[in-house]
Design a binder for this molecule. Structure first.
Ligand code: ADP
Ligand code: MG
Length: 240
């Protein structure tokens, strides 16, 4: 494995809140890395720093060998191969599932290529049977997959998923796990932020735990989740 993304000593504060503090980590090409920690630990802020929503106050991020600077706008980072989901999926509700993906695929492809690409993406995301459905009518888990399908239309190397399992029942979760596995097998590196711990154990090869913006632990998911300092951070977080 080689390094796809590296954070070197990144920090950011909002007013007096030190959301991320001197954090360093690496994401290996091809892995599914879990990023966990109690509410307010700084997980979504990490995604915002990686995607270019914010620039860090200290430190820097490299992606695929390139050091990210102010010049790398959100859009440019998408072109370099970064994709992200949002906690609430936001596909265009009044368009069909097919058109939602096709309009994005068309931005970088000819009409015929965009059509082929859309079909391929709808297959991998299990949405082919719903291609002609108006997306607002999709059940919640399929709206989440459509969110992923739209991301795939930009050919990402790396996808960040922020609490995509929230609100899913066990069956919907199981099909989502299988989708994540298919994406990973297709060569996409994944950063998986999640509160549902059995989901983390199921999909992640490694986890990074942060608390109050700082590094807390890192390693094999099951083992790390049982470490006293990790258990304490979660219990402490719930008390607040
Ligand atoms: P998590 O995703 O782990 O729950 P966040 O990264 O959303 O945590 O937030 C970390 C801390 O930074 C929280 O205290 C949050 O309120 C604060 N924070 C995040 N973004 C902003 C912002 N844009 N302005 C002010 N505070 C923020
Ligand atoms: Mg968050």
């Amino acid at each position: 494995m080689s390094v796809l993304l590296e954070a070197h000593d990144i920090s950011i504060s909002f007013g007096g809140i030190r959301a991320v503090q001197n954090l360093s980590f690496q994401i290996q090409r091809g892995e599914v890395l879990g990023l966990i920690g109690p509410n307010g630990a700084g997980k979504s802020t990490c995604i915002n720093l990686i995607t270019g929503v914010y620039m860090p106050d200290t430190g820097y991020i490299t992606f695929d060998g390139t050091r990210m600077t102010e010049k790398h706008t959100i859009r440019e980072r998408v072109h370099l191969g970064m994709g992200r989901t949002f906690q609430t999926p936001r596909p265009f509700g009044n368009m069909t599932v097919y058109d939602n993906v096709f309009t994005i695929a068309l931005q970088q492809n000819s009409f015929a290529e965009a059509h082929a690409k859309t079909k391929e993406i709808l297959e991998i995301t299990d949405l082919a049977g719903n291609a002609n459905m108006i997306s607002a009518k999709l059940p919640i888990e399929m709206r989440k997959w459509l969110d992923l399908a739209r991301i795939l239309a930009n050919n990402p190397k790396f996808i960040m998923m922020d609490e995509v399992m929230a609100g899913l029942n066990p069956n919907e979760m199981e099909s989502s796990f299988q989708l994540i596995e298919r994406l990973n097998q297709a060569g996409i590196t994944i950063l998986f932020i999640e509160h549902v711990m059995h989901a983390v154990v199921r999909v992640c090869s490694r986890v990074l735990v942060i608390n109050e913006g700082k590094f807390l632990a890192e390693g094999e998911p099951r083992e790390v989740l049982n470490r006293p300092e990790v258990v304490e951070a979660y219990i402490g977080g719930k008390r607040k």
